[in-house]
Design a protein around this ligand. Structure first.
Ligand code: NAP
Length: 277
């Protein structure tokens, strides 16, 4: 089985970013990372995103607010960032605390700065197959892995396990745009194993540690693991039981070192596109 390493895909995206930035004379594009509270997962993603952006020659600034900030105060702060001409892109770490109406913020965000595709405008563009918007970075990262590794998508049977608005649903639309035949699975799916066995490309985005083992995987299938979980020993792992698919899959992304590394590279590409557009 060939291991599809995210670092190689990320390096190719970096080349694309540098091509767009060639001859750039202004200050490097700047991303505002908006975080409410001290959630360790958010903070870890924030550190990773900052490191990646800096390594691409881009700027990132954290805008951090207390976990108990009121809805009104947060909206006022968010409006300032949204309208700041010095901010080219915004990454909002979600979910927000319950007292803040997340839907309102998703609607408020300037679609042109919405580099993680959370606004209804960008989501509608993803569903319409209109490439002028921004898709959620993780969903796009899955397609990038396949494309950069020259894995054909057209006509393939793609099965996606997970139907969230962050990964499963937008990814199904991106795959459809690439002319795949897409099946989306979720907790009410009957015969999940048989459905997954029918996949030529299997994408795991369920958020369940090592849930998909070799039994779910057809011979020579390509497996993309979006999951980020912690196993019983406290180690980072995906939704796929990587060891058990070795004899079945032809190629698979590891966790860590797979889709996650590409997600932040896509974020960097979106930031540069936000300015270039
Ligand atoms: P989510 O909102 O919790 O959605 C999980 C989806 O998986 C739901 O649609 C759920 O079905 C389905 N599901 C859960 N258990 C299942 C099961 N036993 N059988 C079939 N379907 C099942 O999660 P998410 O935000 O999409 O994230 C998914 C995973 O990706 C998580 O591990 C997350 O940490 C990771 N992630 C990674 C990145 C990255 O950059 N690599 C970015 C974002 C998220 P129902 O709809 O029926 O509940």
């Amino acid at each position: 089985m060939i291991v599809l390493k995210g670092a190689e895909v990320s390096a190719r995206i970096k080349e694309e970013v540098h091509k767009i930035l060639a001859g750039w004379e202004k200050e490097a594009p700047k991303l505002a990372i908006v975080r409410v509270g001290e959630n360790p997962d958010d903070m870890s993603y924030e550190r990773g995103a900052k490191k990646k952006l800096e390594s691409f020659g881009l700027r990132a600034e954290s805008c951090v607010y207390p976990a108990d900030i009121s809805d009104e105060d947060f909206k006022n702060e968010f409006r300032k960032i949204n309208e700041d001409p010095g901010v080219d892109g915004i990454l909002l770490l979600r979910p927000l605390p319950k007292q803040i109406c997340q839907k309102d913020i998703e609607t408020m965000i300037d679609p042109a700065k919405d580099v993680d595709g959370i606004s209804p405008v960008n989501m509608a563009k993803v569903f319409a197959g209109d490439a002028t918007g921004f898709a959620p970075c993780t969903a796009e990262a899955v397609v990038e892995v396949l494309k950069q590794k020259d894995i054909p998508i057209t006509g393939k049977r793609v099965v996606i396990v997970g139907r969230s608005m962050v990964v499963g649903k937008p990814l199904s639309m991106l795959m459809l745009k690439e002319n795949a035949t897409v099946t989306i699975c979720h907790t009410r799916t009957r015969d999940l194993i048989e459905t997954c066995q029918g996949a030529e490309i299997l994408v795991a985005a369920a958020g369940k540690a090592k849930m998909l083992n070799g039994e779910y995987v057809a011979k020579d299938a390509v497996v993309v693991d979006v999951g980020i979980n912690v196993d019983e020993n406290g180690k980072l792992c995906g939704d796929v039981d990587f060891d058990s698919i070795q004899e079945k899959a032809s190629m698979a992304t590891p966790v860590p070192g797979g889709v996650g590394a590409v997600t932040t590279a896509v974020l960097a590409k979106h930031l540069v596109l936000a300015v270039a557009r």
